[in-house]
Design a protein around this ligand. Sequence first.
Ligand SMILES: [Zn+2]
Length: 301
Amino acid sequence: MAAWLLCFRSLSCLFCASATVQHCVAAPVSGVDGKLAYAHVEKLVAFGPRPAGSPGIASSQAYITDVLKKLKLQVDYQDFLANTPNGPVSMKNIVAKTSGAEPIIILASHYDTRLMTNAAFVGANDGGSSTGLLLELARVLSRHRNRSALWLVFFDGEEAQREWSETDSLYGSRYFVEKLKTDGQAQKIKAMVLMDMVGDRDLKIENDTSSTPWLMELVRESAKELGYARHLAPVQKGMVDDHLPFIRAGIPAVDLIDYDYGFNNSLWHTPNDTLDKVSAQSLKVVGDIVVRVIEKLGRKS
Ligand SMILES: [Zn+2]
């Protein structure tokens, strides 16, 4: 029963004006279940390496689709052929849509993993964690009556095929934003909230200088209100990630990422990025923050 005793206080905080929220340190009741998010990560990792065009990513696409369709969400696909230094590679963005009014809020994650020819890289944190969390957020948010329509976007091809560069990276998000522009839909997007590498048990969300400043502040303010200030990195960093094509198109965008994975980021892009490094609690913390950010964006004109 302790959870319900906490709930009364938390519920009032979750939906009321921010003044009372400052005093709320109880466990938030966003509905996000870190263990369910973790279970999705476990499934994805079990598919093995999941670089663009691989059998592993085909299994991921089938799994993501299955989860989203069971939630009765509309699921759209963007299939495209990316020109890469390794030649053309087939890629697929997956977009799940909730009902709600425009403007639209986008939540996103990349679901591909870094191509490694000399090792089995399963990307539990990099590619897996944010995708598992986005699937759990799909469950939670498909039950909410959201003010704004939400698009949950799973990007393919975030990772470079060879060396990271302007042209060899972010294939899925660059394609998505180009399509938004050619379809005349860019101005319908209120904000884009990106998650990446959110499973580290020593979670510290970067204060990213390339994110839209007011949106980064909304994330930090939300984290503090939820009692998660300890999960905010104290120093600023500039991240290059799937939010950049949106920012370049004039769409407010923010990256929730912990780019310090293991001591001095030593686990990043190594075969040691495995499931045992991912924490269900960290997934819950980021999920709680994202739900709160969506609520605040819904109130913002
Ligand atoms: Zn990566």
